[in-house]
Design a binder for this molecule. Structure first.
Ligand SMILES: Nc1ncnc2c1ncn2[C@@H]1O[C@H](COP(=O)(O)OP(=O)(O)OP(=O)(O)O)[C@@H](O)[C@H]1O
Ligand SMILES: [Mg+2]
Length: 256
C-alpha cells in the first residue's frame, strides 16, 4: 500500500519527471542521480559548462539515449523501451537541435507534413492545412515550397520548430537551438520560443541565452559534472547564484 502510493506521488508530480537517473558512457559517469520534475506549462532552462551532460539529459528524455538506472516518466508513464510505444513517445516529445536537421530533399511544407501523416495518421490535406498555419505562426509561410538550403539558418530553425509542433507534442526539448546561428538570426528564433512559452507549452531549453531565460523561464537548472548543482528562478540565479560552481560559470559567460 505505502509502496504504490509512493509511486502515485512520483507519477503525478510532473509532466516530465526524472528520478535517480544515472547514465555512463564507458567509465564516464555523465548523469549522476538526476532528480527533476517539470510541471505542465513550465519552462525550464538548463545551463552549465560544456560536457556537463545537458544534451545527454535531453536525449535521455527522448530516449535517444538509454539510461543505466532510475526512471523517467512522461505524463505519468515510464518511457517505453522500443517498438510502437517508443515511436508514440518520440511524437509526444518535440525536439529541436543545434543543427537544423531538416530533410534536405523535401520542401519546407513536406518537412512539416511528413510526421503528422506517417505517425499521426493525418490526411495530406489536414496535414498541409495544419502545416501552413504553423509556418505562418513561426513567420516562414512564404517559404513553404522552397527547399531547406534556400532558407537562412534562422528560417530553417523556425521550420524545425514548426515541424516539431506539427506532432502536437506534450513537451518541447530545445538543445542550444540558437548557438549555430548568426547573431542577427538569434532573436527571430528566440521570439518564436518566447511566444510558445507564453502559450503555456511545456519546454526544456538548453541555452546560454540569459535574455530568453529571464523573459520566458520559470526555472533555471544549473548542471555541472553530470549533476544538478543548483536550481532557481532566473533572476535569482543570474544575480545571486548560491554555489561556487555557478558563480564561476556565470562569471565566465558574463564576460563575453
Ligand atoms: N555518445 C557518446 N559516447 C561517449 N561519450 C559521450 C557521448 N555523448 C556524450 N559523451 C560525453 O558525455 C559528457 C556529457 O556530454 P553532453 O553532450 O551531454 O554535454 P553537454 O553539457 O551537452 O555539453 P555541450 O555544452 O558541449 O553541448 C561529455 O564528457 C561527452 O564527451
Ligand atoms: Mg550539448
Amino acid at each position: 500500500m505505502s509502496d504504490s502510493s509512493a509511486v502515485d506521488t512520483v507519477t503525478t508530480t510532473g509532466l516530465v519527471s526524472l528520478r535517480d537517473v544515472n547514465k555512463h558512457f564507458g567509465d564516464l559517469h555523465v548523469l549522476k542521480d538526476i532528480n527533476l520534475s517539470i510541471g505542465k506549462g513550465e519552462v525550464v532552462v538548463v545551463i552549465g559548462p560544456s560536457g556537463s551532460g545537458k544534451s545527454t539529459l535531453c536525449r535521455a528524455i527522448n530516449r535517444l539515449e538509454p539510461i543505466d538506472s532510475g526512471t523517467i516518466m512522461l505524463d505519468g508513464q515510464p518511457l517505453p523501451g522500443e517498438g510502437k510505444a517508443l515511436a508514440k513517445l518520440r511524437a509526444d516529445v518535440g525536439m529541436v537541435f543545434q543543427s537544423f536537421n531538416l530533410f534536405a530533399h523535401k520542401t519546407i511544407l513536406q518537412n512539416v507534413t511528413l510526421g503528422p501523416m506517417k505517425v499521426r495518421g493525418q490526411s495530406r490535406s489536414e496535414a498541409e492545412e495544419n502545416a501552413r498555419a504553423l509556418l505562418e505562426r513561426v513567420g516562414v509561410a512564404a517559404q513553404a515550397d522552397k527547399y531547406p538550403a534556400q532558407l537562412s539558418g534562422g528560417q530553417q530553425q523556425r521550420v524545425a520548430i514548426a515541424r516539431a509542433l506539427a506532432m502536437d507534442p506534450k513537451v518541447m526539448l530545445f538543445d542550444e537551438p540558437t548557438s549555430a546561428l548568426d547573431p542577427e538570426m538569434i532573436n527571430e528564433v528566440l521570439d518564436v520560443m518566447i511566444g510558445l512559452a507564453r502559450q503555456s507549452m511545456t519546454m526544456i531549453v538548453v541555452t546560454h541565452e540569459m535574455g530568453f531565460a529571464r523573459k520566458a523561464a520559470n526555472r533555471v537548472v544549473f548542471m555541472a559534472d553530470g549533476q544538478i548543482v543548483e536550481e532557481a528562478e532566473p533572476e535569482r540565479f543570474f544575480t545571486d547564484p548560491q554555489t561556487k560552481r555557478a558563480q564561476d560559470f556565470l562569471s565566465k559567460i558574463l564576460t563575453h
